[in-house]
Structure formats: structure tokens, C-alpha cells
Design a protein around this ligand. Sequence first.
Ligand SMILES: [Zn+2]
Length: 214
Amino acid sequence: MEEETTTAMCPRAPDQLSVERVAQAHLPTEIGDFQIAAYRSLNSDETFVVLFKGELQADLPTLVRIHSQCLTGDVFGSTKCDCGRQLHRAMEMIEEEGRGAIVYQQQEGRGIGIVNKIRAYALQDEGADTVEANERLGLAVDLREYRQCAEILFDLGLCQVRVLSNNPLKLRALEEAGLKIVERVSIEVEPTEPAEGYLRTKKEKMGHLLEFNI
Ligand SMILES: [Zn+2]
């Protein structure tokens, strides 16, 4: 019944999903109370976590974020990037709104893995920027796949989304996966000094939409 509604409201949603929800629980946090669910991919070893709250309906434009895991930023509070602060800002915005979802994609360092990420940081210590460092390690700049993240949002019953992202590639991928993007909601945190070079590279080389001047 619920699926029929989603399909009717969301004509471009896939008939069959390649992810499945395998666990769900309540998660109180410093920012607010959320539900947390685990998904697994049906065609790879990948797992996903989604943090969400409130009434999620296909016809209600809803705040969402696809957050790519950044161990250094999310857990250790690294100032080389703004990931941790973006994640917490997104949680705060969803808490203020009373509903929304954050898909936490466990692909460290834009898909290169933590070992290569630390190798890339070592190259950056010698002066390379984030794109050059990945190129010198023979790694693609961005290996992430967003289709299954979109599928998780469909599974939660969503269709019309207000996306918390500065990354046009992410927006395009969600749209191509069949979600209706009602709005891009910019998520900006004031850069700390070590993050400035990284953010400038994201803006100049990766097309990120950042409004402040860096
Ligand atoms: Zn980061």
C-alpha cells in the first residue's frame, strides 16, 4: 500500500530496489532524537546507515543529505576539511525542521579508502592539492555511487527532496536516480584556516557551489 503511494507520487522511482533495510533503532544524540537504520546492498558488500526523523512522505518536500564518510573529519574533527561540521549542521537543520534524512555512505575519502586517503594527505603535506594528490596516487577524483543512496530515500517513502549539498554531481545523480529535487539547500560552515585550500580546490576543480569567498 505504502509502495503504491510512493510509485504514484514518484513515477521515476525504480520498480525494484537494490538495497534492503536490515535493522532499525532509536538513536538519541546531543543534537536530537533520531531513528537510525542499516541497509545492505543486494549487489555488493557495501552497507549504508541512514539517520532520519519525523514524518517522511512522498508528497512532502523533505530535507535530505547524502554524507560520504570522512573518518578524519566526522570523528576526529579534522580541520583539513569541513565534513564533520557539515554533518552536524545537517543534523541540526533536520532537528529544527522536525523531519529529514541523512544517508551516511561508508565510502571513505570519496571512495579511495582510509589508507589511500592518509597517503594523499602525506602528499598534501608536501604541497599537492586534494585533486593532484589523488591523481599522483593513480586514483580517480570521485568514485562514489549515489544511486543506492537515492534508493534508500525511496525506501523511506520519500520522493520530493530538498538536498543539503554543495556538490552538483551529487544533485545530478539523485535526479537521474528518479528523485524530484525541489530545492538545493546550501550547507555552509565558515571555513577554518587549514580547510580553506581544500575548499578552494573543491570550488575551482570540482565545481562545488560555495558562496563565501575563499
Ligand atoms: Zn572530510
